[in-house]
Write a protein that binds this ligand. Structure first.
Ligand SMILES: [Zn+2]
Length: 331
C-alpha cells in the first residue's frame, strides 16, 4: 500500500512539473512575441564614438559607404579620406523608430575630405579650362584640332585631383573659348601695319564680284577687331571667282608662319604692283602659288575654315600692304 501511494505522489508531482513547464514555455513565447512586435533587430552606427544612426541592412550600407570612400561616385568624386570608419553594433530598436541609412551615408562621407577628379585642358602647359570627364576633354581637343585651331599642337589633357571642385565647362564652351583666345592674338598679328582710315585710292584695275551673296560683315571697326575685309555669306562650296586677273602669290592654309593666321584656306592674288586681293575661309582651293589667273576664273570654294563662324568669303583688298574697304570699289 505504501508503495502504491508513493507512486501516486510521484505521478502527481511529475504532472505539476509538466504544467509549470508548459506555462513557462507559453510565457516565453508570449514575451518573445511581444519583443518581436515591439522591437526589431537593427545595428547602431557610430562614428568617432558617437551614435549617428541605425540601419536594418548593415551589409548594404557598409558596402555603399566603402565603395564611395574608395572609388568615389563615378561622377567626379575620386575618393574620400576619412579619419575613422563607422562602427556597427547589433541592437534592438523599438518599432516605429526609423532607421536612417541615407543620413548615415551623408554623415560618414561628409566627415572626411573629398577628393575630386576632373580634367584640365592645357595650352602650352597652362591650365585653360576644366571639364568633368576625360571624354569631354578629348572631344574638345579633337574639335579644336579638326577646326585647325592654331594652338592645336600645344593642347594637352591632364588629370586633376583636388579637394576643391573647379568650374566645369561644357565641350562647346571649351572649344569656343580656346579658339577665341587665339582670335584675339591673331587679330593683332597679321593686320598690324596696314590698319588705319580707309583711303580711297584708285586700284588701277576694275573688279568683278567674286560671289553673289549677303554681306554679313563690313570693313572697319567692329566689336571684336578691326575688320580688314568684306564678308559675304554664301553656302559652302559656292564657286569663288577671281575679282581681277593676276598672279597667285599664296594658296594654302593660313598660319602664323605665312602671315595669314586665322584666315583658313586662302588664295592671295597680286593683280598689279600695288594691289593684292585675298579670298579667305575657303573650303577648297583650285589654284596654286605662281599660277596666273584671269578675271572671273574660279579659284576656290566658299567655306568656314580658320577663324570663322559660318560659311562666307572674306574678301580683302590690300593696296601696298594696307587693307582698304572693298565697298569703295565693288558691292
Ligand atoms: Zn572677314
Amino acid at each position: 500500500m505504501i508503495k502504491i501511494s508513493n507512486l501516486k505522489k510521484v505521478v502527481i508531482g511529475f504532472r505539476k512539473i509538466v504544467k509549470i513547464l508548459i506555462i513557462l514555455v507559453i510565457a516565453a513565447v508570449l514575451i518573445l512575441g511581444i519583443i518581436k512586435v515591439t522591437y526589431k533587430q537593427t545595428y547602431s552606427v557610430s562614428l568617432n564614438g558617437e551614435i549617428i544612426g541605425y540601419t536594418n541592412d548593415k551589409v548594404a550600407l557598409q558596402k555603399r559607404i566603402n565603395d564611395y570612400i574608395n572609388t568615389g561616385n563615378g561622377d567626379n568624386v575620386a575618393f574620400v579620406e576619412v579619419k575613422e570608419m563607422p562602427e556597427y553594433k547589433a541592437c534592438l530598436l523599438k518599432n516605429g523608430i526609423e532607421t536612417n541609412d541615407e543620413e548615415i551615408f551623408d554623415k560618414v562621407t561628409s566627415s572626411g575630405t573629398t577628393y575630386y577628379k576632373y580634367y584640365a585642358i592645357t595650352e602650352d602647359e597652362d591650365e585653360k579650362a576644366y571639364v568633368k570627364t576625360f571624354t569631354d576633354a578629348e572631344s574638345a581637343v579633337n574639335q579644336l584640332k579638326e577646326k585647325k585651331s592654331t594652338n592645336s599642337e600645344e593642347l594637352g589633357i591632364i588629370e586633376k585631383y583636388s579637394t576643391e571642385q573647379a568650374e566645369y565647362k561644357s565641350v562647346e564652351t571649351c572649344v569656343s573659348e580656346l579658339y577665341q583666345e587665339k582670335k584675339v592674338q591673331v587679330a593683332s598679328i597679321p593686320t598690324a601695319g596696314y590698319t588705319g582710315p580707309s583711303v580711297k585710292t584708285s586700284l588701277g584695275i576694275s573688279l568683278v564680284k567674286p560671289i553673289s551673296g549677303t554681306i554679313s560683315s563690313r570693313f572697319g571697326n567692329r566689336s571684336r577687331d578691326n575688320h580688314k575685309g568684306l564678308d559675304i555669306a554664301a553656302p559652302k562650296g559656292t564657286a569663288i571667282k577671281a575679282a581681277a586677273s593676276g598672279t597667285v602669290i599664296f594658296s594654302g592654309y593660313g598660319a602664323n608662319g605665312n602671315g595669314y593666321s586665322g584666315y583658313g584656306y586662302t588664295v592671295a592674288i597680286k593683280s598689279n604692283s600695288s594691289v593684292t586681293i585675298l579670298y579667305a575661309h575657303c573650303s577648297s582651293l583650285y589654284v596654286k602659288s605662281g599660277q596666273t589667273v584671269s578675271q572671273g576664273q574660279v579659284i576656290a570654294a566658299v567655306g568656314s575654315t580658320g577663324i570663322s563662324t559660318g560659311n562666307h568669303l572674306h574678301f580683302e583688298i590690300r593696296v601696298n600692304g594696307r587693307a582698304v574697304d572693298p565697298q569703295n570699289y565693288i558691292y
